[in-house]
Design a binder for this molecule. Structure first.
Ligand code: G3P
Ligand code: CA
Length: 268
């Protein structure tokens, strides 16, 4: 039966904390990594972009308005795009108060600070290259930081890192620079196109409303860039009904803001 054929590993889907445990702490901060750790979640997802002076920082939107106090600190600098601010300017911002007073003073982490914290907790990282069209050559910069921090060492590169993007050219660039890095395409390619993606990716990571058991089974029939079964991590699943639905589809991983809710649902 289809369910058996597409079933994920024993133990059910792996949980991945979206932007860190972003239901518990401000998204993409070190506090969100810590919160995931406290909840026993091994994998965290983040979003990486680049400042005006070339520093890699962890932020989701292409601007700083929603998740920091940039409008107060730099009122004349609308629309507050990350690419128009230096790392030193971004360091001055409060990236926690918007979430709640307990998080006042949280900072926008650099990629280096972020991977150091993930490593300290012995967690694993699903790194998203966000808006790569805004940052030509960002793949090379990301690879340089990861290499410097030891994340591409042979002992680690396959065990604790996946690089994902909505951008196929960006993922192809990563694969060309470092064929050893595991990659994931964000989206739901047509089944007929999946073999093209499998040439340079190891995962297809679709929005949960776009998939079915048949789609997951079609992905699973293929081998990815490193010769293993192509995997499926779906997002963003924050409630019990959808958690059970995608488990039924046989997905390998669930990307969630609410690891507590998903875990409870999948236990039940
Ligand atoms: O990891 C999947 C998810 O993060 C993609 O959407 O907008 O939250 O980066 P977004
Ligand atoms: Ca993301």
């Amino acid at each position: 039966p289809a369910r058996t054929a597409s079933a994920s590993a024993v133990g059910g889907p792996v949980m991945i904390a979206h932007r860190g445990a972003s239901g518990q702490a401000p998204e993409n901060t070190l506090a969100a990594v810590d919160a995931a750790k406290r909840m026993g979640v091994v994998w965290v997802e983040n979003d990486v972009q680049r400042t005006k002076d070339g520093e890699l920082v962890v932020v989701h939107d292409d601007n700083l308005a929603r998740t920091t106090n940039v409008e107060q600190v730099f009122p004349g600098r609308a629309p507050w795009k990350i690419k128009d601010f230096t790392a030193a300017e971004i360091r001055r911002l409060d990236a926690g108060s918007w979430f709640g007073p307990a998080h006042r003073g949280a900072r926008v982490p650099t990629l280096k600070q972020y991977v150091d914290r993930v490593e300290k907790h012995r967690q694993k990282l699903l790194l998203e290259i966000k808006n790569p069209a805004l940052y030509p050559g960002i793949e090379k910069d990301i690879v340089a930081v990861l290499r410097k921090e030891g994340w591409l060492d042979r002992a680690h590169v396959h065990s604790r890192l996946v690089v994902q993007s909505f951008s196929a050219p960006s993922l192809r660039a990563v694969h060309t620079l470092r064929p050893d890095v595991t990659t994931g395409f964000l989206g739901t390619p047509a089944v007929a196109d999946l073999p093209k993606y499998a040439a340079y990716t190891d995962q297809i990571n679709p929005q949960h409303g776009t998939i079915s058991a048949a789609y997951v089974a079609a992905v699973h029939r293929l081998k990815g860039a490193h010769g293993k079964r192509l995997r499926v991590n779906t997002w963003t699943v924050d409630d019990a009904v959808n958690a059970k639905k995608v488990r039924g589809y046989g997905v390998d991983g669930i990307i969630t803001n609410r690891p507590d809710v998903v875990r409870a649902a999948l236990r039940g």
